[in-house]
Design a binder for this molecule. Sequence first.
Ligand code: NDP
Length: 287
Amino acid sequence: MAEIIDGKAFATSLRAKIAAEVASLSFKPGLAVVLVGSDPASKVYVANKAKQTVEVGMNSFEHKLPAETTQEELLALVRKLNADPAVHGILVQLPLPKHLNADEVIAAISPAKDVDGLTVTNAGLLAAGQDGLVPCTPLGCLLLLQDFCPDMTGLNAVVVGRSNLVGKPIAQLLLQQNCTVTMAHSKTRDLPALCRTADILVAAVGRPEMIKGDWVKPGAIVIDVGINRVPAAEGKTKLVGDVEFETAEKIAGKITPVPGGVGPMTIACLLRNTLTAAKRIETPPTP
Ligand code: NDP
């Protein structure tokens, strides 16, 4: 049976470390979160982010805009936050309502305050192996992995999913750890056979329990990024990952559960990125 990787406990201790560092600073880092519209899931995420931001001693600035907000109004707010010295991190909650152009909004965020790591500048810095701001969920996966596997040199890593938000940055981070990385996607041939070559298998697909236990190499580390809500007994729903946990935990060496694995790391890493951004902005490197 696989050892369960407790992301919830790890995230709690990470937040405690962040709070201790924030308390030692001579200034207060600030995170601005922008929510457009009233998507129920997004509202819950934003409320959780605001709560945890305050809990670690940072300022939380919430901007809730109506669904009919125009592109120009949203861009104007982002520019205002870019210029606000009390704001060190800016997060625009995605997805945006359909009439808004998310790429243009992300591009307007100052890369120094882009705590979601989604600007082309930060994606480029990551690809070039330079210091930028790394997307929160991929960073969370890396921190979990490094906790029990500090040397990943030479390991075969397979990342299933190639989104800009999750799959691509995770692959870059694993490459930086000297893994031999293969990225898989919907056009990959014989995905089960490829997955069986993985010492580290990362699932970021968005398809409930797609990756079965017999796709997992015995003893492999399985990181399940997927969060899928599916019907459960008595008309209720439950959360499952992209990996079929029940079969995979019998084969894997270590595995993240859903919920309680990668999920809690995302906000903790958002706070970590805000702290990183704040320190860089307040104490720029000496020439
Ligand atoms: P996207 O929908 O943007 O990307 C999904 C990727 O999976 C695509 O690259 C797609 O390939 C690939 N894919 C889809 N179907 C298959 C298939 N049958 N075989 C192989 N590959 C396939 O999703 P995200 O990257 O944004 O999210 C992935 C998952 O992670 C979701 O469950 C999401 O909810 C979760 N998530 C969790 C977070 C957390 O905090 N834990 C944060 C963000 C996301 P192609 O490119 O060819 O279409």
